[in-house]
Every structure is written in structure tokens, then in C-alpha cells.
Design a protein around this ligand. Structure first.
Ligand code: THU
Length: 134
């Protein structure tokens, strides 16, 4: 069972460390690992805009750097957006490296939360057989 309330609270907390002086759009991600740990990620911008890292990828990269590779769910939140916030294409690709299509993402809006499976957001993954093999 996933404690969605807890994961949402952690995503809100994660947005608190966002470094977003250029867009002013803060994002937090909470990544639930199979061992029960919750890893935070926030967006980290740069004055060379293309180097910006999204919250979702920050969470994944932090977990990997800690030696954790098995994930159960992710919640994503921005205090600067009333609507639910789906991950960008690059993040969908990076998330897909470590989980399968049934991985749940909880996209949080101001007054709602939507659950989407990665397979819905990132369908027809033609490279899925190559994970970890190239
Ligand atoms: N951003 C994220 O961190 N995650 C998303 O899902 C969408 C966008 C960040 C990137 C950039 O720092 C800011 O939000 C505006 O695009």
C-alpha cells in the first residue's frame, strides 16, 4: 500500500529547496523507493538555461547516487501552478530507465491529485528491451 498523503507531503517539502531564480517556477518530487525510503528532488536552474535539471530527474539521480535503483511511485508538485504538473518528456525518458509502465505518478494540483501510470505518459517505448544493456 502506498501512503499517498505522505508522499504528497514530501513532494511539497521537496519544492521548498527548488533553485528557480529564472523561471520562478518551483517544483518538488518525492520518489518512493521499494525499501520505503522517500527521496526528494527539486528543480535546479542555471543561467545557461539548457543546463536546468527538473525535480523528477533530480530525485532519480539522487536515489541512484545513494545506491538505490528500485522504485515504487513518485509524486510531483509545484506551489506555483494550480493545475496538476506532468513530467516533461526528458524526465519521462529518464524515469522509464528504472521502472516499468505500471509505475504510478501522482500529479498534484492545488486542490486535486491525479494518478497516471508511466505507460500512459510514455507509451510505445521502442527502446525498452535495451535497458541497462547498451
Ligand atoms: N520543471 C520541473 O522541474 N518539472 C516539471 O515537471 C516541469 C518543469 C522545472 C524546469 C524549470 O526549472 C521550471 O520547472 C520551468 O520549466
Amino acid at each position: 500500500m502506498i501512503d499517498i498523503e505522505k508522499l504528497q507531503t514530501q513532494a511539497r517539502m521537496a519544492s521548498g529547496t527548488a533553485y528557480a531564480p529564472y523561471s520562478k517556477f518551483r517544483v518538488g518530487a518525492a520518489l518512493l523507493c521499494k525499501d520505503g525510503q522517500i527521496i526528494h528532488g527539486c528543480n535546479v536552474e542555471n543561467r545557461s538555461f539548457g543546463l536546468t535539471n527538473c525535480a523528477e530527474r533530480s530525485a532519480i539521480f539522487t536515489a541512484l547516487s545513494m545506491g538505490i535503483r528500485d522504485f515504487k511511485a513518485m509524486a510531483i508538485y509545484s506551489p506555483d501552478c494550480d493545475e496538476v504538473l506532468p513530467p516533461c518528456g526528458a524526465c519521462r525518458q529518464v524515469i522509464s530507465e528504472f521502472v516499468s509502465g505500471d509505475f504510478p505518478l501522482f500529479l498534484m494540483g492545488k486542490d486535486k491529485v491525479e494518478k497516471h501510470l508511466l505507460g500512459e505518459l510514455f507509451p510505445l517505448d521502442s527502446l525498452h528491451d535495451l535497458k541497462g544493456k547498451i
